[in-house]
Each structure stands twice: as structure tokens, then as C-alpha cells.
Design a protein around this ligand. Structure first.
Ligand SMILES: [Zn+2]
Length: 193
């Protein structure tokens, strides 16, 4: 599947919004990506999982790991495509942790899967947890990279299906605010369109 076909899935699912948005960082952006609106369709999730699994440099892994919540659905689909188990890390009082009786055998070969990567913070925290528990992260796979030009986010190779360089601005430098046509909305808030 090429990038245009992927982008079409996002657009057709209403997951790629154009407008004026306040990101969780507080910066403003003309585009917003709501991956959950693609992954809510099992058929899309399955296809994307299969495509991601094929991108992996090695399929010789023991387990797929995803940071909750964002990575869960796509992580599950990648795990299905590789016929490997999926376990997940999650935040407990803000700290990424391994819970629910999950564990790694020493040196377990781990594929880390996320839906959307921007700064890569959750993925880095997830990999740190994997290492603390004796696992060996080999590679990071994500559906979308929102900052494909950013270097040095991970200390292992990473691959994404869709690279989407989305501009963002400090509120005081935001051209959309200057135009004053559209009010800025926070996606995910009940006021977002
Ligand atoms: Zn703005």
C-alpha cells in the first residue's frame, strides 16, 4: 500500500482534520490526526497491522509490545500478523509500567508498536520498561510519524507507514490566529468538531 492509499483511508475515515487545532503541547496546527477513527474499523486495523508487520526488518521476534492506550489496537493487529503475543505497558499515576502479570523472558526479542509518533515520548518510556524487565527492543513500528524530520528520538531503528510533516506554531506566531477566521479547537474536547 502506498502513502497516498494510506492517506485516503485516514481522510475517508474522518481521521485527518483540517482546520485550526490546539495540540496537547499547546501549539497550534492546521491539521490534526485522530488515528482512533481509522483503527475503530477492524478491517482497516487488520490491513495496517499486516502492512506494518511487513515493514519490520526482522520478523524473528518473541513478543510485540505497545504503550497503552494509543498502541493497543495496532499492536494487537501486528501481533496477529506475526502470530506472536502482544503485551502492553501503561501509565500508573503517570509512570509507564508493566502490570497485569506481564513479564519477559531474559533477552526476549521485542517489537515495539505505536499508532502515532510525534516526540516519541511514550515509545521511549515503553522501551525503558521493556529493558528494565529484561526484554530487548529491536525496532519501533508506527502507523504515522508526525515529525519525520526529527532525529534521534529512538536508539533502535524505526519504521512508519505514513510520514506526515504537520506544521505547528506557538500560539503567538500562529498564522491561523492572525487570520482570525477559525477559532482554535482542542480535538478530543467535547467542543471539537
Ligand atoms: Zn492559532
Amino acid at each position: 500500500m502506498n502513502e497516498q492509499a494510506l492517506l485516503s483511508i485516514y481522510e475517508d475515515s474522518g481521521a485527518l482534520l483540517n482546520g485550526h487545532f490546539v495540540l496537547s503541547s499547546g501549539r497550534h496546527s492546521p491539521r490534526y490526526l485522530q488515528s482512533a477513527k481509522v483503527l475503530m474499523h477492524p478491517a482497516h486495523a487488520e490491513v495496517l497491522g499486516r502492512e506494518l508487520a511487513q515493514l519490520a526488518a526482522t520478523q524473528n521476534v518473541d513478543v510485540v509490545v505497545a504503550p497503552a492506550l494509543g498502541g493497543l489496537i495496532i499492536g494487537h493487529e501486528v501481533a496477529r500478523a506475526l502470530n506472536k503475543p502482544l503485551i502492553f505497558t501503561e501509565r500508573k499515576e503517570g509512570v509507564m509500567s508493566l502490570r497485569r502479570g506481564f513479564s519477559f523472558t531474559q533477552g526476549a526479542r521485542v517489537l515495539v508498536v505505536e499508532d502515532v509518533i510525534t516526540t516519541g515520548g511514550s515509545v521511549c518510556e515503553c522501551m525503558a520498561v521493556v529493558r528494565e524487565h529484561g526484554g530487548l527492543p529491536l525496532e519501533v513500528l508506527a502507523v504515522v510519524d508526525r515529525a519525520p524530520d526529527a532525529e534521534g528520538r529512538f536508539d533502535v531503528p524505526h519504521q512508519t507507514l505514513l510520514k506526515l510533516n504537520v506544521p505547528s506554531y506557538a500560539p503567538e506566531d500562529c498564522p491561523l490566529c492572525r487570520e482570525g477566521i477559525l477559532p482554535a479547537v482542542k480535538p478530543g474536547s467535547r467542543h471539537a468538531a
